[in-house]
Design a protein around this ligand. Structure first.
Ligand code: FCA
Length: 327
């Protein structure tokens, strides 16, 4: 073989390896339980942003049940991913998810909903990023009570309906925090009425939960409404509308701040006063970055990272979303 041909061939080989390597972009999965919920869409958007900044690809898969989670894990492993972020559809799937991840040697970072073991204890060994739930709940309670006081409602004619989802620790801590804060700020404890959601946390299930309470308490004049997230609270607002409750005689505050934007944009105010905006963008970016750096660079993430919230209302939401880079 001529020298020139040999050099040409080896250059070609080097080129081929370079092309193959360039094609093998690092990959991580990003699995979420409710892909239709804007909260999770924001997380995905910012996971992509982290990928652009740091040079990896986020494979985004909606996984509304356990079977879908397991097949998604197999899928991303077959696609060459070395780790994933997950908001699980059921926290009790934690041990099973970890076993499947281990079988493919994948690193796992959890977001929003923390894995629990069969005995209900947290799987603290699995890195977690989520809301500072009690504090965010307390902010919701405070916003409701502040606005109630501003409107000068007679306290004995007020009831606080709380749309709960107590199966999930993060949402139970939020509603417990809201109730505790409202009581601290002067609401009598026996004026708190819980409305538990049966099934998934969605607007229709929340309408049902609220309707049970509204049917039992048809004569309440003033309602404060809080709940586990925006959709829980939006459902209760729709239920009040269904009963023709005067819009100005209810104050509703949600949590997430991502799923209520169309509500705040409505030309005529509804009873939905505001929401505690959580940092979906930061959570999406951070968890994707953590999974990537752990799986590809060997950097272990912290085990427990908490994010804060901020009240948004019709008056300030555009400005706050801009400040948080979420507009
Ligand atoms: C849970 C809720 C979501 C969001 C998230 C931070 O997963 O279901 O709506 O509030 O926590």
């Amino acid at each position: 073989m001529s020298k020139i041909r040999l050099i040409a061939l080896s250059l070609l080989a080097v080129f081929a390896v370079a092309v193959a390597m360039a094609g093998e972009k690092p990959k991580i999965g990003f699995l979420v339980k409710q892909p239709e919920e804007p909260w999770f869409q924001v997380e995905w958007k910012f996971a992509d942003k982290a990928g652009e900044d740091l040079g990896f690809e986020a494979i985004k898969i909606g996984t509304p049940d356990g079977e879908k989670v397991l097949s998604a894990i197999d899928n991303i492993a077959a696609n060459g991913a070395k780790g994933f972020v997950i908001c699980t559809p059921d926290v009790r799937l934690g041990p099973g998810i970890m076993a499947r991840a281990r079988s493919h040697d994948l690193k796992v970072v959890t977001v929003d909903d923390r894995f629990i073991r069969a005995d209900g204890s947290y799987m603290e060994e699995v890195p977690y990023v989520g809301m500072s739930a009690t504090n965010i709940g307390r902010q919701m309670g405070e916003a409701l009570m502040d606005e109630m006081k501003r409107r000068d409602w007679p306290i004995d004619e007020v009831r606080f309906m709380v749309i709960t989802y107590e199966e999930l620790d993060t949402t139970r801590e939020r509603t417990d925090g809201a109730i505790a804060k409202a009581i601290e700020m002067g609401l009598p404890e026996d004026q708190v009425i819980k409305a538990p959601i049966i099934g998934m946390m969605e607007i229709p299930t929340s309408i049902n939960a609220a309707n049970v309470v509204l049917t039992r308490y048809p004569d309440v004049k003033y309602w404060l409404i809080g709940g586990s997230n925006d959709n829980s609270v939006l459902g209760a607002v729709r239920a009040l509308e269904g009963k023709n409750h005067p819009v100005e005689n209810a104050i509703a505050v949600g949590i997430n701040g991502t799923d209520c934007i169309p509500e705040l944009e409505k030309p005529n105010p509804t009873s939905f006063y505001g929401s505690i905006l959580g940092l979906a963008g930061v959570e999406g970016y951070k968890t994707a970055e953590m999974a990537y750096k752990w799986a590809y660079l060997g950097e272990e993430p912290p085990l427990d990272t908490r994010t804060v919230g901020r009240l948004i209302t019709r008056e300030n939401f555009r400005q706050v979303l801009k400040e948080e880079g979420m507009d």
